[in-house]
Write a new protein. Structure first.
Length: 428
């Protein structure tokens, strides 16, 4: 029987459920997807259990209806300002001249001893590199010869209460949890290229209530966190500045690119003194059906958005600098998430960070992906790709209740394929 993967991305603005079928070659094909407004979820954290359960159940029901089947388990994202990360090392003496899985397991256990407060739990223990007798940069040490094994690991943790609330919501709708995944780590699976991760890149998953921050250097994750600012802050600023309701301000923000394009096409018919298309300051928003408002000022709109986005970028820079990491990375910045389509956001990023910037669109899945092809669905698609990798499919997550029975995926291979299922025993 074919393997089914279900992903539920729980955001501040929407909950998205995606169901994919895995073929014999290890490729995932989307057969169902659905989104539903997120209620009971604020800035990435669950604030109302019953409302959140309803939103999750509604999104899942829509995806199941499209797929024509009922699922029993899912991978889910977690986010919020209390997500933190640490880099720690574990060192062990090699029990035999040849490094075994047991040696790797013991090294990872040592790395896990980083001080984590009692009120927090580790959700990811990600090996960045192994060092064998001072030879660094090793990804797969098993089978090598040496006397001393060291692992450099990236550890992501979340509050125990946040994890338990999320578990309660998922289990209340009759699902088992295959894995709980930081949304920034999930998004990285679907939008970053291997070259970007090798050179060094900053990924910003710019959602409705949070921005997930993830940095990579030399194909290794170096920093993960989240800040409680997002597209909803921009919406509130637009509502105040343009004197609109929040719902109407959201319409303007979401369809701004369309409005700009229409205005520029109209302006291309008129030329200025230098024979260049005129850029009109008056934007026609009549197609948005906003009562009493037919036009808005382009300059006012961009000034409002620019001020807020620059403020968020300043907070991100301060956050990364405080952590001791670097945001001036050769591959620049990749911006994804629902707010990545805000007009001129890449130009604002280049100005703020002084490095190249691009919009990250999710890739890697086949099937019914037209409805989930925008940056708003990067984490949802990334969850499916994450599940395909040996890291989860062979049992990395402590939340998995049936990982050992699943067929091995093959998209990530490498270390996790060789380690088999030992990761399911690493976390408490």
């Amino acid at each position: 029987m074919a393997n089914i993967i279900t992903a539920i991305d729980i955001g501040s603005h929407k909950v998205c459920a995606v169901i994919a079928i895995v073929d014999d070659e290890g490729k995932a094909k989307v057969i169902g997807e659905s989104s539903y407004p997120a209620y009971g979820i604020k800035k990435g954290e669950i604030t109302g259990i019953d409302e959140a359960i309803n939103s999750i159940a509604s999104a899942l029901t829509g995806a199941e209806r499209m797929a024509g089947l009922t699922v029993s388990s899912a991978y889910v994202t977690i986010n919020g300002k209390q997500i933190i990360s640490n880099n720690n090392k574990g060192v062990v003496a090699i029990s035999d001249s040849e490094i075994s899985e047991d040696d790797v397991f013991r090294a990872l256990e040592q790395a896990k001893t980083v001080a984590i407060p009692p009120a927090r739990e580790i959700i990811h223990l990600i090996p960045r590199q192994f060092i064998v007798d001072q030879q660094s940069g090793i990804k797969v040490p098993i089978g090598m010869t040496g006397t001393r094994l060291e692992v450099d690991a990236h550890i992501i943790s979340a509050p125990t209460t946040a994890i338990h609330n999320l578990q309660k919501c998922i289990q209340s709708i009759g699902l088992r949890i295959d894995g709980i995944v930081f949304s920034g780590w999930a998004a990285a699976q679907s939008v970053l290229t291997q070259t970007e991760k090798e050179l060094g890149v900053l990924l910003l998953d710019f959602g409705g209530g949070t921005v997930s921050i993830t940095t990579f250097v030399e194909d290794s994750i170096t920093y993960s966190t989240s800040i409680p600012f997002g597209g909803s802050n921009i919406t509130r600023d637009l509502a105040a500045g343009l004197r609109l309701s929040l719902d109407d301000a959201e319409k303007v923000k979401v369809r701004a690119e369309e409005v700009f394009r229409s205005a520029d096409m109209a302006g291309s018919k008129d030329k200025d003194d230098d024979d260049k298309p005129k850029k009109t300051d008056i934007l026609d928003v009549s197609q948005l059906d906003i009562e009493g408002v037919k036009t808005i000022s382009r300059k006012l709109f961009t000034d409002i958005i620019g001020a807020r986005v620059e403020e968020v970028f300043d907070l991100i820079k301060a956050n990364i600098e405080q952590s001791g990491n670097d945001f001036k990375l050769p591959a620049g910045i990749v911006i994804t998430g629902g707010s990545a389509l805000v007009p001129e956001i890449t130009a604002l990023a280049k100005k703020s960070f002084g490095v190249p910037a691009r919009i990250g669109n999710p890739k890697g899945l086949e099937g019914l992906v037209d409805g989930i092809s925008s940056p708003a669905y990067s984490a949802a698609q990334g969850l499916i790709l994450y599940a395909l990798g040996d890291e989860v499919y062979r049992g990395d997550s402590k939340f998995s209740s049936n990982s050992g029975s699943k067929k091995k995926g093959g998209s990530q291979g490498g270390l996790f394929g060789k380690l088999g299922g030992i990761f399911k025993n690493i976390l408490p």
